[in-house]
Design a protein around this ligand. Structure first.
Ligand code: DC
Length: 223
């Protein structure tokens, strides 16, 4: 069977990463986390004192980004210039930075080929905001995963608490709303469901229920 591309788009905290990982394992596919790419651009920009509104210099950072993904144990880890940045790119500051750098057309253009190249072998589950609409418009299956703002904030607080980095619920909810607004209202490749995407609201679903729904939708489409 030809191995293809499955896209999962949606807002922060909808469960994309865990669902993508579980679905990839079930299908025997690899994983491509496009958010980690934008986050890495924000991180390098920060290290090089490039402001998040300087589109031209950010596009240079994006073009020069030496990014690799490797599994370290069970973790899909992100390396930039050989250094494991998996934790450094997950701070609230870099979350907002990634959202800001990703709104610039030249940055997105610089990263488009990279994303297509990383997914070119097929047999990959790709997660992000525009992977079904812009990056892989011909994907075999497309999903848009969402959940209520409150539930997404609750999950993010819990995730960071477990990681030993407790954050305030109200602050997190406000940050999530700010990021969603920016990601869905930008001019270039805004976050939205592709016309042929299956939309899933995960608010009251477990990870396994979401993945089951995806596998069923893929089977129904093939059948
Ligand atoms: O999925 P994430 O939270 O790791 O993504 C971080 C930011 O990167 C997100 O707020 C918007 C941006 N992003 C994007 O614009 N397009 C993508 N395909 C993936 C992420």
């Amino acid at each position: 069977m030809v191995k293809k591309v499955v896209t999962i788009d949606g807002p922060a905290g909808a469960g994309k990463s865990t669902v993508a990982k579980t679905l990839a394992r079930r299908l025997g596919y690899s994983l491509l986390d496009t958010g980690a790419i934008y986050r890495s651009v924000a991180l390098v920009a920060n290290q090089q004192a490039v402001p998040w509104d300087d589109a031209a210099r950010l596009a240079e950072v994006a073009r020069d980004l030496a990014i690799e993904f490797k599994f370290v144990g069970d973790l899909n880890s992100t390396f930039v210039a050989g250094e494991d940045v998996s934790s450094a790119i997950r701070t609230p500051e870099i979350s907002q930075g990634a959202s800001q750098v990703s709104a610039h057309g030249p940055v997105r253009a610089a990263l488009l080929d990279l994303q297509r190249r990383l997914g070119s072998a097929g047999g990959v589950v790709v997660e992000g905001r525009d992977t079904g609409t812009v990056v892989f418009p011909d994907a075999e299956a497309k999903f848009f995963l969402s959940a209520t703002d409150e539930e997404r904030a609750r999950r993010r607080v819990e995730e960071l608490r477990l990681a030993g980095k407790p954050v305030d619920y109200d602050v997190t909810l406000a940050e999530i709303r700010e990021r969603d607004h920016r990601d869905s209202s930008r001019d270039v490749a805004p976050m939205k469901a592709a016309e042929d995407a299956v939309v899933i609201d995960s608010s009251t679903m477990s990870i396994d229920e979401v993945v089951d729904a995806m596998v069923d939708a893929m089977a129904a489409r093939r059948g």
